[in-house]
Write a protein that binds this ligand. Structure first.
Ligand SMILES: [Ca+2]
Length: 785
């Protein structure tokens, strides 16, 4: 017995050393010479499973997370809540309230698109089944799991049901449609791959009679599942005789190709080491791999164009029975984990991040648990490192004390984790918003590794309807200090009859205002201050000293009118757009200079045409040279368009939408925090050719203090970059290139030649300080005031 255990352990060690050796030989492993997390590491916390009812108390808890350095809260977005009324009848109200609360607290929000049931598993304190209408879409045999002992489980839809891709795709698509305006707070999205949100079979379900540390049950005993196994084996070996020959069996009919009839015996009689056993276990895991491919494809199609963030899925840490002398790895195998190398390769192929759990646990290899979670975390993390799969960690059970948290620290630093998500909010924050005794451990062992996040810049824009001819705004961020009376003079707005100011209130969430004329006369007889939440508002004074009123949004005729965005493919190096709204007045020639677009090689302008429905345009170079020999004006409907000039004075062409960056391939957007005043990006798609030094000059981003480039890398999945100033000076003493996966990233140079850091997503500045004319933004005005 003992020697058997040692052998298994030895085999695991050998596998480990082999994986590490392989990584070293191939030079692909980000294995660290010194222990370190990844440079974009962030610490997050899981939200409660139960629904929030007291939003103010919840926001208090979130602010406590924020003030303790936590980056994001992860939230199960329950399918059974949002699509319960009927197929494609979505109600996202609750989660919009949730996103608003997260935004107000200054945190990021990581939604988990939870296509599994809430309730029935370890730690579940909720009961949200899947939408009931779902079960009429197919038969129970297709849609549910059935175990060795005949237990039917509906925690998640069986991967064998052919309708799963459609339903998931509809859910993902509706989420994207409804949460596009929350893009600024969503740095990552998780998919649920099965029960408890994990890519696995429901093999260890208490309601089915399972208790720790028993191995669990195989789950492929519906007719649909058995038929799939039969079909796969006949396809693999060509015929029944081929199957018999491979397995050393004498089956007389294909219907005899079956999953193990006696799960315990499959192990105790050694069947799991037979050709049949290996084929079965490989196929069983393959069902999960295929499922992961289906949901990843749907998610990338629906979510990538809207959010452009990393998508992740979760593998369960099935750590018991690993070293059992009679049933080694039987619990993992019933869950669907037979070959972690192949499983993690599927994450790589599907372009998904991997979340793995039980980072807080210690090995306890004694009978009857045969539990080796720490060894398991090492195995899975090493494989992910060697493949370049990004890792996020979780604890399996509520973490308590320095033992658990220091174990987490050991794992995240040894394997360069990109994130850690603590289970769960109540573990570190009390209901009243105060911290629990575990918060200090969480900070000391985990949060302290988080990459610094740029300070929050909440912006409030106030339009003031005149009223005072030269209005002043005396203000303070809620809880902050007042300006000196009379405050700041408001500037004339782009809408006739209004003045306007945009105020950066930092991490505050409200602006308190008293309006005056700069000469001692106050609004509403000086009896009232006004409060504005983050966002854009229009204030109309009352008459005869009465209190004024506040409406949401810009005044009509301003930002709420019809809008046309035109991308101009250069063409003229500094193009101008001379225009009028259909039926309206022309700009004075040459019109407005177009700003550089976020896509290389394009300029861009967004024009408010009020209630008009078309924009008429003539392009020119600002110096008397007109497009298409000045023979033609162009008409753009409301929306976004890309204009490409003709050659030799011929008329240009108009395509719907923004430019793709020059192709239909994968796209990487990099924000560069200045740093070099005029940064250049020298790059190549992974495995491809470098640009000619110094590379491409980065355009100013729509966010103050940043430059930006969007690069099409075709079918490559990574962009390799070296930054420089276009004049021979390179970032980080020219010692380091940077790698960016598909998506949007923000790069911050290091100081004194040190390497820079990369964080996911656009910079954390609200995007309202955009100025399409390319002139100074409102923040500049603030600085001058
Ligand atoms: Ca649907």
């Amino acid at each position: 017995m003992n020697s058997g255990r040692r052998l298994v352990k030895k085999a695991v060690m050998l596998l480990l050393s082999f994986v590490m050796l392989l990584g070293t030989l191939l030079g692909v492993s980000p294995a660290k010479t010194e222990a370190a997390v990844a440079n974009d590491f962030q610490a997050s916390v899981m939200g409660p499973l139960t629904q929030v009812t007291d939003w103010d108390a919840f926001k208090n808890q979130l602010r406590t997370l924020k003030s303790n350095g936590v980056y994001a809260i992860t939230t199960d977005v329950w399918w059974g809540l949002v699509e319960s009324a009927g197929d494609n009848q979505f109600d996202w109200t609750y989660y919009k309230n949730y996103g608003n609360a997260v935004r107000e607290a200054g945190l990021k929000w990581v939604p988990i698109l939870s296509t599994h049931k809430c309730g029935g598993n370890v730690g579940d304190d909720c009961n949200i089944p899947l939408p009931s209408w779902l079960w009429s879409k197919g038969t129970a045999d297709e849609m549910q799991f059935k175990s060795e002992t005949g237990y039917v489980n509906n925690e998640a839809i069986s991967p064998f049901w052919s309708g799963i891709g459609t339903q998931y795709s509809e859910l993902y698509g509706s989420f994207a449609d409804n949460f596009a305006s929350y893009k600024d707070i969503i740095p990552k999205i998780y998919l649920s791959g099965g029960p408890s949100g994990e890519l696995r079979f429901p093999s260890y379900y208490p309601a089915a009679g399972w208790s720790y540390p028993s191995r669990g049950k195989f789950q492929v005993y519906t007719d649909t599942a058995k038929a799939a196994f039969r079909t796969a084996m006949l396809a693999k070996y060509g015929s029944l005789s081929g199957v018999n020959s491979a397995w050393g069996t004498a089956l007389t009919g294909a219907e005899q190709i079956l999953p193990p009839g006696d799960g315990d015996g499959f192990y105790t009689n050694g069947g799991y080491t037979s050709a049949y056993g290996k084929d079965f276990l490989r196929w069983y895991q393959g069902v999960l791999e295929n499922h992961l491919g289906v949901i990843a494809a749907a998610a990338h199609q629906k979510l990538d164009p809207v959010f452009g963030v990393r998508i992740g899925a979760k593998v369960s840490g099935v750590h018991w029975q690993m070293t059992s002398p009679t049933m080694p790895h039987s619990a993992e195998q019933a869950a669907g984990y037979y070959d972690y190398n192949a499983l993690i390769q599927k994450f790589k192929d599907a372009n998904l991040d991997l979340t793995f759990t039980c980072l807080e646990m210690y090995d306890n290899s004694a009978s009857p648990n045969y539990s080796a979670p720490s060894t398991l975390v090492d195995t899975v993390s090493s494989i992910a490192n060697s493949k370049g799969v990004r890792l996020n960690g979780e604890n399996a059970l509520p973490a308590s004390g320095t033992g658990a948290f220091s174990k987490i620290e050991e794992k995240i630093t040894h394997f360069g984790y990109n994130g850690f998500t603590l289970l769960r909010l109540a573990n570190v924050v009390n209901a009243d918003g105060s911290v629990t005794g575990e918060m200090a451990n969480f900070k000391n062992y985990v949060v302290k590794y988080a990459a610094p996040v740029d300070p929050v810049h909440n912006l409030v824009t106030v339009y003031y309807k005149k009223g005072f001819a030269t209005p002043y705004m005396h203000y303070r961020p809620a809880g902050g200090s007042w300006t000196t009376v009379p405050g700041v003079k408001m500037t004339d707005a782009e809408v006739q009859g209004y003045a306007k100011a945009t105020i950066d209130i930092g991490s505050a969430t409200q602006l308190e205002v008293a309006f005056n004329d700069g000469a001692g006369q106050w609004d509403s007889n000086a009896t009232k201050n006004y409060f504005f939440n983050v966002g854009t508002w229009t204030y109309t004074p009352g008459t005869n000293g009465a209190a004024g009123t506040i409406a949401s949004g810009a005044p009509s005729g301003g930002g709420t009118g019809n809008s046309v965005t035109v991308y101009y493919k250069k063409g003229f190096a500094t193009p101008y757009i001379h225009y009028r709204p259909a039926g309206g007045s022309w700009t004075t020639a040459p019109g407005v200079k177009m700003a550089d677009a976020e896509v290389q090689g394009y300029a861009k302008a967004t024009i408010d045409i009020g209630s008009a429905t078309q924009l008429e345009v003539a392009f020119n170079d600002g110096a008397g040279q007109w497009d298409s020999n000045a023979t033609k004006n162009y008409f753009f409907n409301v929306g976004t368009w890309t204009y490409t000039p003709g050659t030799n004075g011929a008329a240009g062409s108009i395509a719907s939408g923004a430019p793709s960056g020059g192709g239909t391939g994968n796209s990487v957007t990099v924000y560069y925090k200045k740093g070099f005043a005029t940064p250049y990006i020298h790059y190549r798609p992974a495995g491809g050719s470098w640009t000619t030094v110094p590379g491409v000059k980065m355009a100013d981003a729509e966010v103050q203090g940043y430059a930006k480039a969007t690069i099409d890398i075709g079918s490559a999945t990574q962009l390799e970059v070296a930054f420089n100033n276009g004049a021979g000076q390179w970032d980080s003493n020219a010692t380091k290139n940077y790698f960016f996966n598909v998506g949007t990233w923000t790069y911050t140079p290091g100081t004194n030649g040190a390497a820079g850091s990369i964080t996911q997503g656009a910079p954390q500045v609200a995007l309202t300080d955009i100025d399409p004319s390319g002139q100074a933004g409102v923040l500049t005005w603030l600085a001058a005031a």
